[in-house]
Design a protein around this ligand. Structure first.
Ligand code: F6P
Ligand code: MG
Length: 438
């Protein structure tokens, strides 16, 4: 991927500025604790070198926490990773947003940038501490959250297998109802991210399926009809027609399993012919899915002592082998850039997404990047907030955890603000929000 030139003026606007959220230092404290607790593992794997690396990483992270808490200037990255130059150019771009002489700093730069920067700096700290550079500081919590959600996953996998058992007898309307259910499960699965909880366990303990009707009132935008119109075309079309659906993944653990179940149902119910998944190239926002998490999840599903979940694992492995499922990685997903810059910054990824019939963007961070984390009025149309990011028809499936929401009917945002001050940030509400290519 080429580093882009300076970003053009069309990307400027009113960013959401925040002071550093409490959970950012909290996340760094957990990182420090995790590295320290794994000291013996490093010793076992690398001898004294491992201990030296642990010390080096700890001192890097303590310094980083101090920089953050005392509002020090944002520093350029000093590692030599493929995205280092792009990050440093983005820092130059941030400088252009400030008046002369002011330096971007932890409290004075847009939250989206600073928060992404934190996760990238964590990676820098590890990269500069070989031989533990590949250590995923969030793996323990991701795995723990997976195991704690197992009962809910069993229920979901059982539901899927039962659905597949009777799929030939389903009417078109029934297929639509079933896929709608699984889209909602995938939506509420997005409550389970570990960054909103500062890395504390936030797993799904009970089956969501039984509660879908009760949760419907909390879906503020429901564009399922538009999603269905695309998916049903494949079912109605001739045998040669191909429908590609892309998932821009969010969290590992329960949410990932809900996505895999939805993707499986799409193929089985003849609504899609291929599904592509996009994951992160480095540990990100605590629980986001990396290639390792994806593979690990499939292995766990396959090996588990539960008939229907292991059946799912088998099918999913086969889907990947046969190319019906494809996993992609791209550096762009772990850059701070909003998605309207993708065509310029990562044209290859933009071209890849253009091959899709429907791109599903999972989760809150994707939503913030889609809409640029700007202070939009609640009624601004979603397609407008995307600012020319239209690689394919797309849909955001997201529970609200950040102070941004567009595309609401007149008065809804204001009414919610008057009755529940934190409605934008608790994950209680959700959207299934669609944009055609405009
Ligand atoms: O730290 C806050 C945040 O950026 C919020 O946007 C959200 O709570 C979380 O991180 C990420 O959520 P998601 O996993 O849904 O993208
Ligand atoms: Mg996430």
């Amino acid at each position: 991927m080429e580093a882009p030139g300076p970003l053009s003026a069309k990307y400027e606007g009113s960013f959401a500025y925040y002071t550093v959220k409490d959970r950012m230092p909290q996340i760094l404290t957990k990182v420090i604790d995790t590295v320290h607790r794994n000291k013996h593992k490093f010793l076992e794997a690398h001898g004294e070198e491992g201990i030296e690396a642990e010390k080096k990483a700890l001192s890097f992270f303590s310094k980083l926490r101090n920089e953050m808490q005392t509002n020090k200037p944002i520093l350029p990255l000093s590692d030599q990773l493929p995205d280092t130059q792009i990050w440093n150019q983005y820092l130059d771009y941030q400088r252009t947003l400030l008046s002369d002489g002011d330096e971007p700093s932890w409290f004075r730069s847009p939250w989206l940038y600073v928060e992404c920067y934190l996760y990238r700096r964590i990676q820098e700290g590890l990269f500069l501490s070989p031989p533990i550079s590949d250590f995923d500081v969030f793996r323990e919590v991701k795995n723990e959250s997976f195991f704690q959600s197992q009962q809910a996953m069993f229920a979901l996998c059982t539901h899927l297998q039962e659905l597949k058992g009777r799929m030939n007898s389903l009417s078109k309307d029934k297929v639509r109802d079933e896929i709608y259910k699984l889209v909602q499960v995938s939506l509420w699965g997005n409550k389970c991210d570990l960054s909103i909880s500062g890395g504390q366990n936030n797993s799904q303990k009970t089956s969501v399926l039984a509660s879908l009707e009760d949760f419907k009132a909390f879906i503020l935008v429901d564009d399922m009809t538009s999603v269905w119109n695309i998916l049903s075309k494949n079912r109605d079309g001739n045998m040669e027609s191909r429908t590609r659906v892309d998932f821009v993944l969010d969290n590992a653990g329960f949410e990932l399993v809900t996505d895999l179940v939805l993707a499986d149902a799409m193929l089985s119910l003849n609504l899609a012919t291929e599904v592509h998944f996009h994951g992160k190239v480095m540990p990100w926002y605590v629980s986001d899915t990396t290639k390792h998490d994806f593979d690990w999840t499939l292995k766990q599903c396959l090996a588990v002592n539960h008939k229907w979940m292991s059946k799912c694992g088998e099918t999913w492995k086969e889907n990947l082998k046969k190319g019906r499922w494809v996993y992609h990685e791209h550096l762009f997903w772990t850059l701070p850039h909003e998605y309207c810059t993708m065509a310029e910054v990562a044209p290859d990824l933009y071209t890849e997404l253009q091959k899709s019939d429907l791109v599903l963007f999972k989760g809150d961070l994707n939503y913030r990047k889609l809409a640029g984390d700007r202070r939009w009025d609640f009624t601004v149309p979603f397609s407008q907030a995307l600012r020319s990011f239209h690689p394919a028809p797309l849909c955001s499936i997201r529970t609200l955890k950040a102070d941004i929401q567009v595309g609401l009917p007149e008065g809804v945002g204001e009414r919610l603000t008057a009755s529940e001050t934190d409605w934008l940030t608790t994950g209680k509400y959700g959207v299934i929000q669609f944009s055609p290519v405009v």
